[in-house]
Ligand binder design. Structure first.
Ligand code: NAD
Ligand code: MG
Length: 476
């Protein structure tokens, strides 16, 4: 039976929004010199939350200069133990303000409060605590006796995990003595701007963290600025390619974390009910706006008829709606543009012989929404099996032998993540050894931990973030 839940909205009053946000440069909020402001909306109801400054060339220049000064005169000279104290302080303030940040993130991004409160924010704090612990132990990281910071890092992040991606970028950079200029995504800049307030609250020396807001053009200006030593980017493969081209030959170090088309392989001996939970969290967590989503289900043919009805029954119980309602499982699509992209990739699948299924599910009238969708009868040649959809859409393929599962899983331009469901340890290891994916989950999916490196092969990018490996990307 399906229970009817009374609405249980989280209070918005814990968030105090300004009308307009300036740039954060050299420890102060400062107006942009050039290109005006942009709005950021709540994708669940299309209301404008605030406006933010668009940084132009002169602003990016000021931010890079502030980061350089802070690096040369303060941050790179400070002992690791001292830097660690600042990072611990930031981590603690994030914990103290986590409810406010969780609500703000849900409002600006559209993701359910259940996720921001229980996943994003705890992981953000954990990431700062973890790298704070490394700051005075860099000589023991296996990277030489006296590893040195690279200098100023230009960091560009996407909208799917705004504050978590900020943590993945800023925590290791600061722990290793680098300073940063970070650009959040244009649809989700607000948590980064509150993070700037947290830097002030923590008395972080001016210029160590600078936040410049704006759209792709601001990102391009930052990447092309000659005054930075390192570029760290998470986002689309297309922009990743442009960045790789533009920094080629400059001597800047680069890490790119791009798209994915993760295979979630379910063998015939898997615990089916657990696998169903894992498939659901693999593709519907964060509306499928996850680069490592398990967007291709590869199920062994002999159990497909048992598994698919159970999967559909489970999907039918997901609750879609107000992201601030504590009962909500699926929130809003982040932007009109992303909704359009998902539609464009899925609108004509039935003409290509694919069967499309969604539970009966009422979509709110305002905002950007997409019902959870399962596509069966998908072959490897179909676009929905090859391209990243970045939405709540699961493509289902079948296989007969382990060799076929591995061949199909690896038949992708991407190589970011995979899942393997089996009760047999040897089969698990046999499969994992043959998969070309940076992260492989066994009998679980979408589990993250700051101690674990994360990154891809092939068109999913290069470099690793997280864990000891994540230090390497910021040390020379
Ligand atoms: P995007 O790559 O355009 O945006 C990511 C970030 O890069 C944003 O901050 C953006 O302002 C900035 N940016 C855009 N153009 C730039 C440029 N020329 N130089 C420097 N920075 C630039 O991603 P999107 O348009 O928001 O999403 C498009 C697709 O990308 C999605 O459908 C999805 O497939 C993929 N995506 C992947 C991830 C990921 O985590 N790997 C995240 C977001 C989007
Ligand atoms: Mg927004």
């Amino acid at each position: 039976m399906i229970f009817d839940y009374a609405p249980a909205p989280e209070s918005r009053s814990v968030v105090r929004l300004r009308d307009t946000y300036d740039l954060f440069i050299d420890g102060e909020f400062t107006p942009a010199e050039g290109a005006g402001t942009l709005p950021t909306v709540n994708p669940a109801d299309e209301t404008e939350l605030a406006r933010f400054a668009v940084a132009g060339e002169a602003d990016v220049d000021r931010a890079v200069a502030a980061a350089r000064r802070a690096h040369d005169t303060v941050w790179s000279r400070m002992s690791g133990a001292e830097r660690g104290k600042y990072l611990f302080r930031i981590a603690r303030i994030i914990q103290e303000r986590s409810r406010e940040l969780a609500v703000l993130e849900s409002m600006d991004n559209g993701k359910p409060i259940k996720e921001t409160r229980d996943v994003d924010l705890p992981l953000v704090a954990a990431h700062f605590f973890y790298y704070a612990g490394w700051a005075d132990k860099l000589a023991h990281a296996g990277l030489g006796r006296d590893p040195r910071p690279l200098g100023v890092a230009a960091q560009i992040i996407p909208w799917n995990f705004p504050l978590l991606m900020l943590a993945w970028k800023i925590a290791p950079a600061l722990a290793t003595g680098n300073t940063v200029v970070l650009k959040p995504a244009e649809t989700t800049p607000l948590s980064a701007l509150v993070f700037a307030e947290i830097c002030q609250e923590a008395d972080l020396p001016p210029g160590v963290v600078n936040i410049v807001t704006g759209a792709g053009e601001t990102g391009r200006t930052l990447v092309e600025h000659p005054g930075t030593d390192k570029v760290a980017f998470t986002g689309s493969t297309e922009v990743g390619r442009q960045i790789a081209r533009s920094v080629a030959g400059t001597g800047k170090r680069v890490t790119l974390e791009l798209g994915g088309k993760g295979a979630n392989i379910v063998y015939d001996d898997a615990a089916v009910d657990q696998a169903v939970e894992g498939i659901v969290s693999g593709i519907f967590f964060n509306q499928g706006h996850v680069c490592c989503a398990g967007s291709r289900l590869l199920v062994q043919e002999s159990i497909a008829d048992e598994l698919l009805p159970k999967l559909k029954e489970r999907i039918g119980k997901l609750r879609l709606g107000d992201p601030l309602d504590k009962n909500t499982d699926i929130g809003a699509i982040n932007s009109a543009a992303q909704l359009e992209r998902i539609r464009e990739l899925t609108d004509t699948v039935e003409e290509e012989g694919v069967q499309r299924w969604s539970p009966s599910c009422e979509l709110p009238s305002a905002g950007y929404w997409f019902a959870p969708t399962v596509l069966t009868g998908v072959s490897q040649a179909h676009r929905v099996a090859r391209e990243e959809i970045f939405g709540p859409v699961l493509s289902v393929l079948t296989f007969r032998t382990p060799e076929e599962a591995v061949a199909k899983a690896n038949n992708s331009p991407y190589g970011l993540s995979a899942g393997v469901w089996t009760e047999k340890g040897s089969r698990m290891l046999w499969t994992a050894e043959r998969l070309r994916a940076g992260v492989i989950w066994s009998n679980t999916f979408n589990k993250f931990d700051p101690t674990s490196p994360f990154g891809g092969y092939k068109e999913s990018g290069y470099g690793r973030e997280g864990g000891r490996h994540g230090l390497e990307a910021y040390l020379g």
